[in-house]
Design a protein around this ligand. Structure first.
Ligand code: ADP
Ligand code: MG
Length: 730
């Protein structure tokens, strides 16, 4: 029987490119499946529209009566587009979205069939929470959880094949009100940031009444032929290859980055982009990435909560649309060993309702001081809470990437470029001096005149930095490609909010003592630069020297997820999150537990699939081929040849035996290690055991022998598609 591998390779010949119907102008389809305020205006009464708009713009609560009217309008709109069902769409702690569909169709008390959508159904639902991760927050006897409408993210229609469903973005909380999702804490963090930043903005501009965080994510991904992917049980089960010898050609030719996009992938991209446009996801950029078969897309940035929803939605759309093209999209952080992994760069900034980007250098001394304030506060926040930022990006998948000399290291540092380093140095060297009126020149900082220099810094910016300033925003580059970026955004916005709050206290204290406002601000900025400058690093983040230097500076370098997650339950974190009402203690403990459990399960599944493949796929192939060689040697001997006539064959026979034995020993020992780990009741200890004793001790070891077997076995005996096939054939 032909193996799946060769069937898939044969099938590649007959792949037909999908005809993608693209609009001539994106604007003609953009947002057509979104219940925007503009659409709402056509479907709602004045009263209902005002209520919805007020809720979106000023976070005003929508009352139940209005909810009914809005629900009616929503249904009318959705039905005009052929929708029969609706669902609350939420993001439980699985990195994926969840839905539970209900139809508008119902029976009245007397049996009359009607279509309806009640306000209550729009505002709140009760999915069974027991099937989602809850970290012990939901006792088994109380399985109820609530989803609650988030009006700040507009409802949309999801088209799957011919089916259309109205999706209402919601939060997801337990019966007792604790968050069980990615969105609830993010919204709370954004509220905290808004408040703290508006307070600080008052020093510079009294007109500012609202500050929002902006997010533009860059999504990296791999696309491979679905037939080849299906012949790899490891990809199906874990999203990555647990075995596979490096291909003769990897990314060393550096010919993929920004190269021409392969046609089949190009059709796929246009297809998922169109689907995304209809959903209002403002995709803008597409290109090849560094590794073969690796690509990236990025949208125009949006308000952070909406941007997170759009990213979650995009990952879903990408996965579904790939099927149409006979492709498989891999969002895993490290699908292939030996070539680059994938990240999700989070470009982040903060903007006022007066239209100012607070991280864009200004044009006047006053706006420069405002820029410097937010710039330095962000640096201080990252410095003070770097462990927490590290924790926010920790996952089994991302562990392969962080510190693997191709992605930002696990050490959190900030790159700001030469020009701003000089500016901070100028401010800092005045330590001890009291700023006075003569420091007007200092306050000017002439930043606006040197935008070209900033641009220069930006263009040759440091790709090895996990957190880089890129001209008018920070780019958090260490986020994992498969992650829900809400985690990283919740932490980042919370720590900046907290730092800004302290900043205001510090400045006010000096003003109370009689300092002039600008002088007080400058003094505090100077103090913060001194206190946090050790987090700044302009050099090569991949280098050994940096790891040593960072250790000397006392910067944490936590390489694995189980330990990185400790930061979430440290007193410092509890104090921070509770103080800003983002997480209470119980929620933090629960999240910690959930993330550890996710880690354990992922490593466990990988370990199982490794064992299974080694025993039931690799070993039989190796034995079959070995027998062929043995038969051959026997025959040659009978024909009267001496050892020189079959020495190569014999060497391979011995080699195969050696690797089979070592592989078998490794698998057996790994199973034992797993059994031992499973007996551990403390989740953290268990995760550490899975990390160090199961994965750390055996994964690479087993893989080494399997990959060697791949190299020596007759190619036709090898069942799993090889790297060269997955990465270069489409
Ligand atoms: P790169 O050089 O990294 O490709 P781009 O200018 O293409 O930089 O931007 C990358 C991402 O950063 C895009 O999603 C873009 O919309 C986003 N971005 C730009 N300005 C901001 C901002 N002020 N806040 C948040 N994201 C932003
Ligand atoms: Mg970028």
């Amino acid at each position: 029987m032909q193996s799946l591998r060769f069937k898939a390779i044969d099938n590649l010949e007959s792949v037909k490119e999908v005809d993608v119907k693209a609009p001539t102008k994106i604007t003609t389809i953009f947002g057509e499946n979104v219940f925007t305020l503009k659409v709402a205006r056509q479907y709602l009464s004045d009263e209902a529209y005002k209520s919805l708009a007020g809720s979106i713009k000023n976070s005003k609560k929508i009352d139940r009566a209005m909810g009914g009217q809005i629900a009616n309008g929503l249904r009318a709109w959705a039905e005009s587009k052929g929708v029969t069902n609706y669902t609350h769409w939420f993001q439980p702690l699985t990195d994926l979205s969840a839905e539970k569909h209900d139809s508008f169709f119902t029976l009245k008390g007397d049996g009359t069939p009607i279509e309806e959508f009640e306000g209550a159904a729009l505002i709140q639902q009760e999915p069974d929470a027991s099937s989602f991760p809850s970290g012990g927050l939901r006792a088994t006897f109380e399985a109820r959880g609530y989803t609650g409408w988030d009006p700040s993210s507009p409802p949309f229609i999801m088209e799957v094949g011919a089916g259309k469903t109205l999706c209402i973005p919601t939060i997801f909380v337990s019966y007792t009100g604790e968050s069980l999702d990615a969105k609830t804490p993010l919204i709370k963090a954004l509220v905290a940031l808004d408040k703290a930043a508006v307070d600080v903005c008052q020093y510079f501009d009294k007109n500012v009444t609202k500050v929002t965080a902006t997010l533009g994510w860059e999504q990296e991904y791999f696309v491979i032929d679905a037939g080849l992917a299906n012949a790899r049980p490891d990809i199906t089960m874990t999203g990555r290859t647990v075995f596979g010898h490096a291909p003769a050609r990897g990314q060393q030719l550096e010919d993929h980055y920004f190269g021409a996009i392969p046609e089949r992938v190009y059709a796929y991209m246009r297809d998922f982009e169109n689907e995304s446009y209809k959903l209002g996801i403002p995709l803008r950029t597409r290109h090849n990435e560094v590794a073969p078969s690796q690509f990236e897309c990025a949208p125009i940035f949006e308000e952070a909560n909406l941007a997170v929803d759009h990213n979650t939605l995009l990952m879903d759309v990408m996965t579904r649309v790939a099927k149409r093209h006979g492709l498989k999209v891999l969002l895993h952080e490290k699908p292939f060993a030996g070539i680059n992994g994938s990240g999700k760069h989070n470009n982040w900034s903060i903007a006022t309702d007066t239209g100012v980007n607070l991280l864009a250098p200004g044009k006047t001394p006053k706006t420069n001081l405002m820029f410097l304030t937010f710039f330095v506060n962000t640096i201080k926040a990252v410095h003070d809470y770097s462990e927490l930022l590290r924790a926010s990006i920790a996952s089994a998948g991302n562990d392969h990437r962080l510190g693997a000399n191709e992605a930002p290291p696990a050490i959190i540092s900030i790159f700001i470029g030469k020009f701003l380093t000089d500016v901070l140095n100028q401010v800092e060297t005045r330590v001890g001096d009291k700023f006075d009126e003569q420091d007007e020149a200092m306050l000017k900082l002439d930043i606006h005149k040197t935008i070209p220099e900033l641009m220069l810094d930006n263009t040759d910016r440091n790709r090895t930095s996990p957190f880089a300033f890129t001209g008018n925003k920070f780019e958090f580059r260490a986020v994992g490609s498969a992650a829900n970026c809400a985690n990283a955004m919740t932490v980042l916005n919370t720590i900046v909010a907290d730092t800004l709050k302290t900043f205001k206290k510090d400045v006010d204290a000096l003003i109370d003592k009689g300092d002039k406002k600008e002088i007080a601000i400058m003094q505090v900025i100077q103090k913060y630069i001194v206190e946090s400058k050790k987090v700044l690093f302009e050099g090569d983040g991949y280098s050994e020297e940096w790891a040593n230097e960072a250790a000397k500076r006392g910067l944490p370098n936590v390489k694995t997820t189980p330990l990185a997650l400790d930061a979430y339950i440290a007193d410092k974190a509890k104090h921070l999150f509770e103080g800003l009402e983002v997480y209470n203690h119980a929620e933090l403990e629960a999240r910690h537990e959930i993330m550890l459990e996710a880690y354990i399960k992922k490593v466990q599944i990988e370990a199982r699939i490794m064992g299974e493949l080694a025993t039931s796929v690799i070993l039989p192939s190796a034995v079959k081929y070995q027998n062929v060689l043995i038969e051959n040697i026997k025959g040659l001997k009978e024909a009267g040849l001496d050892e020189s006539g079959y020495s190569s064959q014999l060497a391979i026979v011995k080699d195969i035996s050696k690797h089979i034995a070592a592989m078998g020993t490794g698998v057996k020992a790994m199973i034992e290690a797993r059994k031992k780990a499973n007996e551990i009741t403390d989740t953290r200890e268990k995760a550490i055991a899975y990390c160090d004793e199961v994965k750390g001790k055996y994964f690479d070891e087993i893989r080494y022998h399997v990959d060697k077997l791949e190299l020596v076995l007759d190619d036709t005996y090898w069942m799993l598609p090889k790297y060269r096939e997955m990465l270069f054939l489409r």
